[in-house]
Design a protein around this ligand. Structure first.
Ligand code: DQA
Length: 138
């Protein structure tokens, strides 16, 4: 299986940014762990801070790969354009969040993306990504 882990804005700062919410591990070292844990999955990691770059990446893999695990960061709560990109492709997209957004500010409690995603996993820290990969293997 070919799966893309796609991270949006500010997630390049994991391990540095708001550690009490997002933890102290950087994503590059976490990604190495994931690759070792899922040797039979062809895993790729891509991160972008820009909305258009995220959309380009969804278009690029969205017709051929087996799944996308997407943490769109704050664009989750703002981006109709990313929601449309998810709807446009045929690869299943699983929305993930590190934090439990429902325990946080009210503006984080709506996702434009969820209706177009296969499912949503949130609140399990970086384990949300592990569960996201597993969900695409069922
Ligand atoms: C996040 C939650 C979003 O509300 C926030 O903007 C992020 C990270 C999470 O993984 O918990 O950047 O997607």
């Amino acid at each position: 299986k070919k799966i893309l882990i796609l991270n949006g804005p500010n997630l390049n700062l994991l391990g540095v940014r708001e550690k009490s919410i997002y933890g102290d591990q950087d994503f590059v070292s976490f990604f190495e762990e994931l690759k070792a844990e899922f040797p039979d999955v062809d895993l790729t990691y891509f991160q972008a801070n820009g909305e258009g770059t995220i959309i380009d990446e969804i278009h690029k893999v969205g017709f051929e790969w087996d799944g996308i695990v997407l943490n769109a960061g704050a664009y989750t709560h703002t981006s109709i354009a990313i929601a449309d990109a998810i709807a446009a492709v045929n690869t299943p997209v699983v929305e993930v969040h590190i934090s439990n957004v429902h325990q946080r500010e009210s503006f984080r409690q709506h996702s434009y993306l969820s209706p177009n995603c296969k499912g949503v996993i949130l609140g399990f820290g970086l384990n949300s990504y592990r569960l996201g990969i597993l969900s695409l293997m069922l």
